[in-house]
Design a protein around this ligand. Structure first.
Ligand SMILES: Nc1nc2c(ncn2[C@@H]2O[C@H](COP(=O)(O)OP(=O)(O)OP(=O)(O)O)[C@@H](O)[C@H]2O)c(=O)[nH]1
Ligand SMILES: [Mg+2]
Length: 383
């Protein structure tokens, strides 16, 4: 009887809502207002308190969704400064409002001017200053605080960004090398939001790898998920391109593109989004090498991949980039083969170390040059 009662109770419950999981939020618009300055007291030369300000502090582990849920409304204000009075000649300052935002947020004003780039933990910026208190300079009338709309734009920060067409095996690789547990399936657009995994090494060093939803040909014209996720690779130090050695076909209505055309197409999409991305160091992974016939394809296409400009003339016009990518290395792999995956892991680490060394030398040379310019005027040449 008790069992039957339990069963009936269970069956009246609403169906599971796991599939209604909220989507990834990477922009947020907020109205912010600094507090009004308090009025001064002319009779005693009293000065009103300054209005409080609204400021952002970057905190790791936060998301824009959590921030949005934590706010009662999309309008945030600081309190006004107190008026000057007989008992308190200097009015008290208004209370500041502190808002914690995720690390990686860029703050823009309504004219799309960058106000701050909060790219590390505890980075702070004032987004709405408080008005000054009333004093002799303003006829003892406190001034209003800044009042503006700010747009928060979250760009993920990862060492390496995975870029490729759907179904290439990006999430399979992320899962194999890192602690992340992405969804993997044999259909396009399995990944619908960016995800970051951490690759741990034996010596406790780690690097972060961001898996992005698959790009498709024409993403610049907003096909598929468009370019909106590409912003997340802007801050990565290394781009990791992945293509299926057998190429990709979105649907029977679309042309089948072989792996070479896929590489050119990815190249073009990046170029159309932001040509400066082509200057980022990049590595190419040719995936699914475990499948039959893969090695024959590789032998055929490898010479062209080694020098992409040599194949431009034969590349279909729709996917032909103006400038070609130059890969640091080209690695045939199989994301389902653990030995090859371990090799990729070490290769990524080596490449990042090499890039850091290169950067170090460049920075050093720049500093030397600057010193040279300063010291050169008065002293001997630095060698
Ligand atoms: N044979 C073989 N299959 C693979 C390999 N890597 C991935 N796959 C399969 O390819 C399919 C797509 O893999 P995903 O990792 O979901 O691909 P994705 O690039 O993340 O795709 P999207 O999220 O749609 O952009 C899955 O069925 C994987 O099992 C590989 O190296 N060899
Ligand atoms: Mg995926």
């Amino acid at each position: 009887m008790v069992q039957l009662f339990k069963f009936l109770l269970k069956s009246t419950k609403s169906p599971t809502r796991a599939h209604f999981r909220p989507s990834f939020l990477d922009t947020l618009r907020l109205a912010v207002r600094g507090g009004h300055g308090g009025n001064g007291l002319p009779k005693y030369g009293g000065v009103g308190g300054q209005g409080g300000c609204v400021y952002f502090v970057a905190k790791e582990g936060l998301t824009l969704r959590k921030l949005a849920q934590g706010l009662k409304e999309r309008r945030v204000a600081a309190t006004s400064g107190e008026d000057s009075s007989k008992v308190s000649i200097f009015g008290k300052r208004g209370v500041d409002t502190r808002i914690e935002v995720p690390v990686g947020v860029q703050v823009y004003d309504e004219q799309q001017k960058l106000l701050a780039d909060l790219n590390e933990n505890d980075a702070t910026c004032i987004v709405a200053g408080g008005g000054i208190g009333g004093c002799t300079g303003n006829n003892f009338l406190g001034r209003p605080g800044e009042n503006r709309i700010v747009n928060l734009d979250l760009k993920l920060i990862a060492d390496v960004g995975l870029v490729g067409f759907p179904n290439a095996g990006k999430s399979t690789l992320l899962k194999a090398v890192s602690n992340a547990k992405p969804k993997i399936a044999a259909y396009p657009f399995t990944t619908i939001r960016p995800q970051i995994g951490t690759i741990e090494y034996g010596d406790l060093r780690s690097i972060s790898l961001a898996d992005l939803p698959g790009l498709i040909e024409g993403a610049h014209a907003n096909f598929g998920m468009g370019h909106k996720f590409l912003k997340h690779i802007e801050r990565t130090r290394l781009l990791l391109f992945m293509v299926d050695i057998f190429g990709f076909q979105l649907s029977p209505r679309h042309p089948h593109r072989d792996c070479l055309a896929n590489i050119y197409s990815l190249n073009k999409e990046l170029e159309l989004y932001d040509p400066s991305l082509l200057e980022k160091p990049c590595v190419l992974l040719l995936n699914k090498m475990d499948k039959e016939g893969a090695h024959e394809i590789l032998t055929k296409v490898r010479p062209v991949i080694d020098d992409l400009s040599s194949g431009l003339a034969d590349c279909p016009e729709e996917v032909r980039p103006k400038r070609v990518l130059k890969f640091e290395s080209i690695v045939p792999i199989s994301a389902i083969n653990s030995t090859r995956v371990t090799q990729v892991k070490s290769q990524l680490r080596r490449t990042l170390v090499r890039l850091a060394e290169k950067q170090f030398v460049t920075d050093g040379e720049q500093i030397k040059e600057q010193l040279q310019q300063r010291v050169g005027l008065v002293g001997p040449k630095i060698t």
